[in-house]
Design a protein around this ligand. Sequence first.
Ligand code: 2HG
Ligand code: ZN
Length: 396
Amino acid sequence: MLHICVDAGVSVVPQGGNTGLVGGAVPRGAVVLDLRRLDTVEVDDVAGSVVAGAGATVGAVQVAARAAGLRYGVDLASRDTATIGGTIATNAAGLRAVRLGDTRAQLIDVEAVLTTGAVISRRGGLTRDNSGYDLPRWICGSEGTLAVVTAARLRLLPDPADRATALLGFADLPAAVAAAATLRREPAVEVLELMFAPGVALVCEQHGMSPPFASNPPVLLLVEVTAAADAGSLLGELVENVPGVADVAAGVDAADARRLWAYRELHTESIGRVGIPHKLDVALPLPALAGFVAEVTAELARLRPDARAWIFGHVGEGNLHLNVTGLDPADEDADDAVLRLVAAAGGSISAEHGIGRAKQRWLPLVRSAEEIAVWRAVKSAFDPTGTLNPGVLLPN
Ligand code: 2HG
Ligand code: ZN
């Protein structure tokens, strides 16, 4: 099929679950290659890995891994729609990457089709293979611009028998960031998610949930630990020794833990109900994070007094999701101001969602002309006719 498109001079946009947030799979006069029917999942118990078709959902891979007493390290709120192919194309990171790594860290091999029709794959399942350039890791995060991912072999991890979740309240952001930095050093901690009171209140209002704390702390941190046994006591001890914790809600049973997770996982959907948000997925060095939030909030209030910024994210890695509502969809001034502040603070304009079509304009803030020139050479080595996903990632 690819070579027919190449011969006809038609572009191709590979699509998975369509959960991307930067327009990386949005076609513009192109053939859409829907990969969702390639949804096989086969766990290889002996190798401790899984071979999944590009269209298998992350959730299906998680279920299959668990059935074999193992687990898949990538987890994200869109797990039941996002596909393995899409998460490889975007190098999705998600909720546990602070401990378990992003998609690239799970990759053993990728089977992918080039526009020449050639298939690249080793598929042998060797986890040690240092025999040269690592094409799977180049394809991962290339946003469908280099090759069409059809399947992958992914590392599975031991499944800790026990886990415990707690929501912590803080008086201010510097205290929450300091606590996250301390907790990140603890091997058992694998989730560190930041929220603010207005976002949690919005989730409660939209979903008829009661607030987690009567005291309404301004900043909240969702923490999860895993262990072979007694994760609850371990989490209790850790929390007791972290300075600055003003409130604690412990997930005593599974239903409680699900409720604590819901405060975080329902953010995207709840904000979407307020209006079409401008989505800014940024990373900051941890020491700069609290200062950045103060600065960006003041700058947005000055520039667009009617806009509203909702902030949450994977604070263990300095990844903030800044959703700005109350802006005209075509108004890029606020995005520009935010992303310039990010770059000035030594951060990245895309922590995990990629560049797609939405962030290309700002790529030069964080990537040099020399780097982009090498990318172009790589792109033409993989896809000499420029058939795959033109207009995405690489500036035109
Ligand atoms: C998340 O962490 C996703 O929930 C979505 O990356 C973030 O909606 C967003 O901005
Ligand atoms: Zn995220």
